[in-house]
Design a protein. Structure first.
Length: 130
């Protein structure tokens, strides 16, 4: 967990300028956290927060040098597997616009117009899984 939080800090706070308190929103304790390991090191992560029949996917982060190699897609597949196992019917998320194509390729559909969150352009997306 500590390694996943450090990765999120590197990606969100250091790279993207997101305020650390915005990332640490108090929901980590209730979330299911997924990590991708390479040689024992956390190189990707996301979390799922379950709310009834909906799983909220968030805090997706991949090490800069590992991006564009299918790691994000693999994390999404595992997140969906975990959500299905919990009986979830859909997964929702806020995608950064620059990452929207990753989610679209995995079957997520845009919901509404883009918006700004923590100074970064985002769009709400959702995928029905049941």
């Amino acid at each position: 967990m500590d390694a996943a939080l450090r990765l999120r800090e590197r990606v969100f706070a250091v790279e993207q300028g997101v305020r650390p308190e915005a990332d640490r929103d108090g929901r980590d304790a209730e979330a299911t956290h997924l990590v991708a390991l390479e040689e024992g090191r956390v190189v990707g992560t996301c979390r799922l927060v379950f709310q009834g029949e909906v799983a909220r996917l968030g805090r997706m982060a991949v090490e800069r040098e590992r991006r564009g190699r299918g790691l994000g897609a693999a994390i999404l597949r595992e997140a969906e597997r975990q959500a299905r196992a919990k009986g979830v019917r859909r997964i929702s998320l806020h995608a950064q616009l620059r990452a929207r194509s990753l989610y679209k390729r995995d079957g997520y559909q845009q919901q509404g117009a883009p918006f700004v969150e923590e100074g970064i352009d985002h769009v709400a997306m959702e995928k029905r899984i049941a």
